[in-house]
Design a protein around this ligand. Structure first.
Ligand code: CA
Length: 364
């Protein structure tokens, strides 16, 4: 590790994004086009974890190739430089230039950020992208992160998740009472009000917690990623749908000082590569979930089943209360939440007569 990557606080701003002097000098005659950059990217994911952890690796490869090596990004898994949930602070402070994770992990720091990952019973992947890229969402996201010295770029989405793995049956709303479950973000708060005990754990700690009985249940992602962790070996019941995360968007965050130092073409390369990763991840998860589900269905010890409508009805109604409170207590959440739900109303109306109607027809 180069020493400058550990420099925290204000002093780091001066070194961020600059190519190191020991690399041969960079502020000189070659001009902006010849300047090279070496960045570090910390993530909330286990190193090289399928999908989530490979997204920033793929991003780094694409950026390096597209820039002819002028911007090199070294990716660190959770815990290698900073813990999973300290990505936001590390990039904000300028300890590193870049991070990859999910904005709902910043609950308690910047609550309104949750609208850019997932709202229970909210937008799907396609709907969220419609809002972010064409419906004004990105401007709100940039405005929200600006005081933290961060530039956000959407980078990936897992699609509709699964409800999770349970070691007890959920037959009625009473079965949620006392349920100790790993579930982050607003979904966790909804579970708490339904009588459960939400726990936030990084991915790497989920399997052991479930297997030892420290938790009764967990949500993670879907068949592709859940099978990678072996969650099917630690719980019997696999519930759907993922009401808590209907299409969670992932984020790249870049320290503003580092971003501002990039010439325009490198900025464009980074932005375009992030968007390419989103397209790639949608394809990867469509394929990975399908083939993993096919395998899980062949295991007689696994019981894949839907949540009872009564349970989903309760969770939906609590979600409205939780989101209303979030918006009432935080002006940023009020502004972003209004924009989110205004958009959801118009985009859902189209989804109902397009994807939803079509998929129901195909099942018939
Ligand atoms: Ca999840």
């Amino acid at each position: 590790m180069k020493r400058r990557q550990f420099v925290g606080g204000l002093a780091a701003a001066a070194t961020l994004g600059a190519c190191a002097k020991e690399d041969g000098g960079c502020d000189g005659d070659a001009g902006p086009a010849g300047r090279t950059f070496e960045w570090s990217c910390v993530t909330s994911w286990p190193p090289k974890f399928p999908g989530l952890g490979m997204a920033p690796e793929n991003l780094a490869d694409r950026v390096e190739a597209a820039s002819g090596g002028r911007l090199k990004i070294k990716v660190y898994g959770a815990g290698e430089l900073v813990p999973a949930f300290e990505v936001f602070d590390a990039v904000s402070r300028g300890t590193v230039e870049m991070g990859h994770g999910a904005s709902y992990y910043h609950k308690g720091k910047v609550d309104a950020a949750q609208f850019f990952t997932a709202i229970p019973f909210g937008m799907t992947n396609l709907e969220l992208n419609g809002w972010l890229y064409y419906g004004g969402g990105m401007a709100l996201w940039r405005e929200l992160y600006d005081p933290f010295n961060l530039v956000p770029l959407p980078t990936g989405n897992t699609g509709v998740q699964m409800g999770g793995w349970f070691n007890k049956e959920i037959n009625s709303v009473n079965d949620l009472k006392g349920l100790k479950m790993r579930i982050p973000g607003l979904g966790g708060e909804v579970l708490r009000r339904a009588g459960g005990t939400p726990v936030t754990l990084p991915g790497s700690e989920i399997f052991t917690a479930l297997q030892t009985g420290a938790i009764d249940a967990t949500e993670w992602v879907g068949p592709y990623n859940d099978a990678s962790f072996g969650l099917h070996k630690a719980a019997r019941y696999y519930y759907y749908p993922g009401w808590q995360e209907p299409g969670p968007g992932l984020e790249t965050i870049i320290n503003k000082g580092a971003w501002d130092e990039l010439p325009a073409d490198l900025k464009e390369i980074v932005s375009t590569a992030c968007q390419a990763i989103s397209t790639d991840m949608a394809a990867e998860y469509t394929h990975g979930n399908a083939t993993s589900l096919q395998q899980l269905k062949q295991d007689p010890k696994i019981d894949i089943r839907p949540f009872p409508p009564e349970v989903l009805g309760l969770l939906r109604s609590i979600t409205r209360d939780v989101v209303d409170e979030l918006m009432a207590n935080d002006p940023a959440a009020a502004k972003i939440g209004k924009a989110y739900f205004d958009y959801l109303e118009i985009v859902a109306a189209n989804s109902r007569i397009a994807e939803q109607a079509y998929l129901e027809t195909r099942q018939g």
